[in-house]
Design a protein. Structure first.
Length: 262
């Protein structure tokens, strides 16, 4: 274990994986713990949160698992209270929850449009609502929000609510950086590009003939010739959470193999 986050408390929403393997939030939670943080791993699925916490514990580090719906303010308030009861502070807020809802304005149901906004954007509003007072009392904190290259670039997928919500998340994060910078609170965004995580097999594979076709097509679209993985996102998050990034705030950082250069 290294010590870039020694004795810090990391609250990770979306710390479970949506399928076998490593999702972005799961990898970030484990990496934070490897660098010395005590982690609160939150997922809507209790078993997924518990799996991440168990991996952290098996490596000799500290974590607790919580289940909660990030679109419910009461759930988030309860998780923040549990975190404070266990550890007394919150140094890192990591927002990783997201959903891709396929559809254009004509075909997409109004309820599905709202669900995309609620999960991808309102959830971060709610976590900030409950965590920022803690960070203000501390006069210190780091917020890392996981957005997408789709926030700044249109791709082949018909998910208008995803484009809109992720673009909103970028600008919301920039506003947090300006509003709270004088209180020692930093806020940054990571924009993953074409990543090979369990999420794409669950939510995007239906856009292709099969999983193999999806992987081949997404590899081919990357300027580097292959997709990234959850650890690429996790290492960027670790940097932004650490004191190495103590003068970095309001940044929307692409982790995309050059995709947003196209």
């Amino acid at each position: 274990m290294a010590d870039r986050l020694t004795d810090r408390i990391a609250l990770v929403f979306g710390a479970g994986s949506s399928g076998p393997g490593w999702g972005n939030g799961k990898a970030a939670a484990v990496l934070y713990a490897r660098e010395g943080a005590k982690v609160v791993a939150v997922d809507q699925n209790q078993e997924a949160a518990a799996e991440t916490a168990a991996i952290i514990a098996q490596e000799g580090n500290t974590a607790i698992a919580c289940a909660g719906d990030v679109t419910r303010s009461d759930d988030i308030a309860a998780i923040v209270a549990k975190t404070l009861a266990a550890f007394g502070r919150i140094d890192i807020l990591h927002n990783n929850v997201g959903v891709t809802v396929m559809g254009d304005p004509v075909t997409l149901a109004e309820a599905d449009w709202q669900r995309g906004l609620d999960v991808n954007l309102t959830s971060v509003f709610l976590t900030c609502k409950h965590v920022l007072p803690v960070m203000l009392r501390q006069q210190k904190g780091a917020i890392i929000n996981i957005s997408s290259s789709a926030a700044v670039q249109i791709n082949d997928y018909p998910y208008v609510t995803y484009y809109a919500s992720k673009a909103g998340l970028n600008q919301m994060t920039r506003s947090l950086a300006i509003t709270y910078g004088r209180h020692g609170i930093r806020a940054n965004v990571i924009m993953p590009g074409l990543m090979n995580t369990p999420l794409i097999h669950r939510q995007i594979s239906g856009q292709y003939a099969d999983a193999a076709a999806m992987i081949a097509a997404r590899d081919a679209k990357s300027p580097m010739g292959h997709m990234g993985d959850a650890w690429d996102v996790a290492h960027a998050a670790l940097f932004l959470a650490s004191d190495e990034a103590k003068y970095i705030t309001g940044v929307c950082l692409p982790v995309d193999g050059g995709l947003t250069c196209l």
